[in-house]
Design a protein around this ligand. Structure first.
Ligand SMILES: Nc1ncnc2c1ncn2[C@@H]1O[C@H](COP(=O)(O)OP(=O)(O)O)[C@@H](O)[C@H]1O
Ligand SMILES: [Mg+2]
Length: 330
């Protein structure tokens, strides 16, 4: 087993709306090892981005982490001062977003932005920083890197900007890379290039990657392990093999069915019935029960505990627990 880079335990994050506080993450736990890619999957609004923003300490003003623990390389982040947190954020963890312009400064050249990061976070001289930046642009397959260094972000295409963003973040050699739907805005061929590239750079630096996506095709391509999130709770976690060959939670099974099977040329997508709950909605017991074909009184009353059905394969579902003849350990 590799070294644990990130350990998230019982994370609860709330948002204040109209003077009331609502739980968006309801006790989420997962770990990431070095050189491992964990994909977090779930429908839009389930709390994926809020998870990343809680870890990065970039929640909007009305959001806050109220309890739980977030450890990076064994250091507790939730009790750090904003200043310490800021230092950790730039140096030990990096983030790439769906739209790279969110993170790029439109007023500075690519070269200036990359070299400043390297001078600040890797204590490099100007010359070293320049050479390293050019080297990373080459690594991400950018032709004429010296010319690109002189350009401004708006002069580049979306795919190129995303590759530059990856070069910028990985050049700092973070222990943890968080990627929130980084390929969703790109067309399929460029998406594929970006995924291949991320995997390559990850191995170079032994970075742990938290990769957020709602696209199971992308998951199949990049994940070592998968966490399925539903309405602020983890419902299932397992290796990529376990999740694809033996999904157990009715929600995970539903997600799998909702994928069009392009190979067999069949597009009979079966969407999960019902609608995704709003965070302000009170739902007792398992939050999936209103949409679950197997829901019982127990599912309506009691939050299912986490059960380890096989080593590393965790499921939170009363039905699965009963079938396996044992109760969850939490
Ligand atoms: N600033 C905010 N104020 C109130 N609610 C928010 C805010 N940001 C996000 N939310 C809510 O939190 C939930 C989770 O959002 P998010 O993590 O962005 O979902 P996703 O899984 O699509 O990334 C959603 O219901 C969203 O409406
Ligand atoms: Mg999101």
């Amino acid at each position: 087993m590799g070294k644990k880079v990130l350990e998230v335990k019982d994370l609860v994050t709330t948002f204040r709306i109209d003077k009331k506080e609502y739980e968006v993450l309801r006790g989420v736990s997962f770990d990431i090892e070095e050189n491992e890619t964990l994909c977090m999957v779930g429908e839009s609004g389930c709390g994926k981005s809020v998870t990343t923003l809680s870890i990065m300490d970039l929640l909007p003003g009305n959001g806050r982490v109220v309890s739980g623990s977030i450890k990076l390389n064994g250091q507790e982040l939730t009790t750090m001062s904003p200043r310490e947190r800021n230092a950790v954020r730039g140096k030990q963890m990096g983030m790439i977003f769906q739209e790279p312009m969110t993170a790029l400064n439109p007023l500075l050249t690519i070269g200036r932005q990359m070299t400043e990061e390297l001078i600040l976070h890797r204590n490099m001289s100007k010359k070293e920083a320049y050479d390293t930046a050019v080297g990373y642009l080459e690594k991400v397959g950018i032709a004429n890197p010296a010319d690109r260094m002189k350009q401004f972000p708006f002069q580049l295409s979306g795919g190129l900007r995303q590759r530059i963003m990856i070069a910028m973040v990985m050049a700092v050699k973070p222990s943890l890379l968080i990627a929130d739907e980084p390929t969703t805005a790109l067309d399929v061929t460029i998406q594929k290039q970006v995924l291949v590239l991320l995997n390559k750079l990850k191995k170079d630096v032994s970075t742990g990657v938290l990769f957020i996506t709602h696209d199971l095709g992308v998951v199949a391509e990049i994940a070592d392990r998968v966490v399925i999130l539903y309405s602020g709770r983890k419902v299932e976690e397992g290796s990529i093999g376990a999740i694809f060959s033996k999904p157990l939670h009715p929600y995970t099974i539903g997600l799998m069915r909702a994928v069009p099977n392009v190979d067999e040329d069949s597009f009979d997508i079966q969407p999960i019935p019902g609608t995704f709950p709003n965070i302000t909605e009170e739902i007792g017991g398992c939050r999936f029960h209103p949409r679950c074909p197997y829901a019982t009184d127990r599912c309506r009353a009691e939050v299912p505990a986490e059960l380890e059905v096989e080593p590393g394969h965790l499921v939170c579902c009363h039905k699965v627990a009963e079938e396996y003849g044992k109760e969850g350990h939490r």
